[in-house]
Design a protein around this ligand. Structure first.
Ligand code: FES
Length: 218
């Protein structure tokens, strides 16, 4: 190993030791890996028992500005966790043209089992910008509309006490497209794009209806 390679290797090892490289790209379907504890607003762990059925929650992972939805869909779901394998999580960035919830409104949201959507059934995630509908029971696959890709899945895990962790992102996440398409909104919300791209170390979970003023449904 020459001196340049040696110094490069030392630098890389140093970053890993300092925990600055929290995630790495993987060639498989897993686009990010990194264990982040989910917390309540008061800082206590967010436990699997805290998840109310059919209530959509929001948290941010793996970046401070990338929203995720967490919901108990009431039935066994692909990749679901919990007693009924019914708790799932997805990136709440529409896979069509990267719309996302802001504190003022959201065009993409979860519809409970008794709500009507564009596909005449509930228990879906729907985006009213161009009417894409996704199935949270089937890994976020597209049911209808112009989106070509499913919603990226957020992998969840629990510790022995049932406290929840986000541990990875599976599927096409489109985070870079999201940063590019929404850079002015993200600058307004986070002060700078650099801040918006920071990786989270822990993430607060709140009800989506408490995060955003208006859930726009269609
Ligand atoms: S941005 Fe969601 S359907 Fe087009």
């Amino acid at each position: 190993m020459n001196r340049r390679d040696f110094l490069k290797t030392c630098g890389l090892v140093g970053l890993l030791i300092e925990g600055k490289i929290a995630f790495s790209r993987f060639p498989s379907e897993i686009s990010f890996r990194g264990s982040v504890p989910l917390k309540k607003e008061d800082g206590r762990p967010f436990n699997i028992k805290d998840v109310e059925k059919y209530e959509p929650y929001i948290f941010f992972y793996p970046y401070v500005s990338t929203p995720c939805i967490l919901v108990d869909v009431g039935n066994r779901a692909e990749g679901g966790i919990g007693k009924g394998n019914s708790i799932v999580s997805f990136s709440l960035i529409c896979s069509h043209q990267w719309t996302f919830p802001t504190p003022s409104e959201t065009f993409i949201t979860y519809y409970g089992p008794d709500e009507t959507s564009l596909v005449d059934r509930g228990n879906v995630i729907q985006c009213c910008v161009h009417m894409s509908v996704f199935d949270p029971l089937k890994g976020g696959e597209v049911i209808d509309g112009p989106a070509d890709n499913p919603l990226a899945r957020i992998l969840l895990d629990t510790d022995r006490e049932g406290n929840l962790y986000a541990v990875g992102v599976k599927g096409k996440d489109q985070f870079q497209e999201f940063f590019q398409a929404n850079h002015s909104t993200l600058k307004r919300l986070y002060g700078s794009l650099k801040r918006a791209k920071e990786i989270v170390k822990e993430s607060r979970v709140i009800k989506l209806k408490d995060y955003t003023k208006e859930e726009i449904k269609c």
